[in-house]
Design a protein around this ligand. Structure first.
Ligand code: NDP
Ligand code: F7E
Length: 321
């Protein structure tokens, strides 16, 4: 289909849609949202069924399955520690996955692709709230520059294919996400699931204190993954532009406030101990979400409600307790 800067693409509910990364936080939420919106022909492959870093396997998959739409939610993802510890994995795996999927999607006749980046693409000291135009205006946060460079390449690849081939590839930039199916790994997860697990285990074991990383002063914007999935489907159906689009809640909290909230929801009654040897990362990362608001989308789930629901999910479904 020709790429236009205007909205409203009619997506047939029986069209074949490939959601890459459907077992992850974002991919699983996108599948839930597509199903609740009435989409009936969603195709899925787990990592073990299709390794998206292998170009020949990706080409074969697209040549046989010929999906009409692609949501690219497969990536190497992690929190501040994982990003800083495995820079080679974060840059290489992400470049491989997105290059293979975007190129094969174009070559095998996909009508439209939605690429997912991250708010870490923006300069460490970007003007707040961060508008889409802040991209490539300053140095990146060193702990995640490898991942950010890969994500920036993904945005640029979508734009390049749009310009050269008139192909409809768009990019969404989510803020920090959380929700069901998150990664709760003690070191490699993002802050919210990491703290949820740590407080839960401390409550269960009767520990008197829990260690939280950094100074507690960094500010972050959190969005529930069901809101993000709603925005992704909204963009699939309503946006076909060259520019990437921020997706956030518009509300920020300090890590100290977040830790207090998660502690309260989990019901841990001990003390917080701050480990100043761990990095704070970006001091502040609040996005300007006005582009998406002007298109007619807004988030619905408050941080407190989202944390309560995620903790209920964690207690019910994780085997790590
Ligand atoms: N979580 C967050 O806070 C944020 C996420 N995003 C973006 O959203 C997208 C999804 O992230 P999220 O859901 O959190 O990540 P997850 O780690 O929860 O999920 C990623 C998924 O990708 C799959 N995957 C990874 N490598 C491969 C591969 N080589 N071949 C096939 N599948 C693979 C994983 O499978 P397996 O586990 O089996 O490897 C997993 O199902 C990413 O692009 C990320 O950058 C953006 C901003 C914030
Ligand atoms: C989504 C985003 O996620 C990452 O960037 P980040 O926003 O810095 O994410 P984070 O969730 O890991 O940390 C947020 C803050 O929280 C503090 N913190 C306290 N205690 C724990 C803790 O126990 N674990 C973690 N991970 N952080 C902790 C931590 O020190 C930091 O100050 C990048 O991967 C980036 O690439 C990216 O896209």
């Amino acid at each position: 289909m020709a790429a236009t800067d205007t909205a409203a693409l009619k997506v047939d509910k029986s069209a074949k849609i490939f959601v890459a990364g459907h077992r992850g936080l974002v991919g699983s939420a996108v599948v839930r949202r597509l199903r609740s919106a009435g989409y009936t022909n969603i195709i899925l492959r787990s990592h073990s069924e299709l390794d998206l870093t292998i170009q020949s396997a990706v080409k074969t998959f697209f040549s046989i399955e010929k999906p009409q739409y692609v949501i690219l939610a497969a990536a190497k993802v992690g929190g501040i520690h994982a990003n800083a510890t495995y820079p080679a994995d974060f840059i290489t795996i992400n470049l491989q996955i997105q290059t293979n999927v975007i190129d094969s999607a174009y070559r095998y006749g996909v009508k439209k692709l939605v690429f997912l980046g991250s708010s870490c693409i923006y300069p460490k000291h970007a003007l707040q709230p961060i508008s889409e135009s802040a991209l490539l205006t300053g140095p990146l946060e060193p702990t995640n520059e490898w991942y950010a460079i890969a994500k920036i390449a993904g945005i640029k690849m979508c734009q390049a294919y749009r310009i050269q081939y008139k192909w409809d590839a768009i990019s969404a930039m989510p803020t920090n996400l959380y929700g069901p199916n998150d990664n709760f790994h003690p070191e490699n997860a993002h802050v919210l699931p990491a703290l949820m697990r740590r407080f839960h285990e401390a409550k269960v074991s009767g520990a008197k204190e829990v260690v939280v990383w950094g100074s507690g002063s960094p500010l972050r914007e959190f969005l529930h993954v069901d809101d993000l999935a709603d925005a992704v489907v909204f963009l699939l159906e309503n946006y076909s532009g060259l520019g990437h689009v921020n997706v956030g809640s518009g509300k920020e909290v300090s890590i100290k406030e977040l830790a207090e909230l998660v502690k309260e929801v989990v019901g841990f009654e001990g003390a917080l101990v701050w480990d100043g040897s761990k990095p704070d990362g970006t001091p502040r990362k609040l996005m300007d979400n006005s582009t998406l608001a002007k298109l007619g989308w807004e988030p619905k789930i408050s941080l407190r409600d989202g944390v309560v629901g995620t903790y209920e999910w964690y207690v019910k479904y994780t085997k790590q307790q």
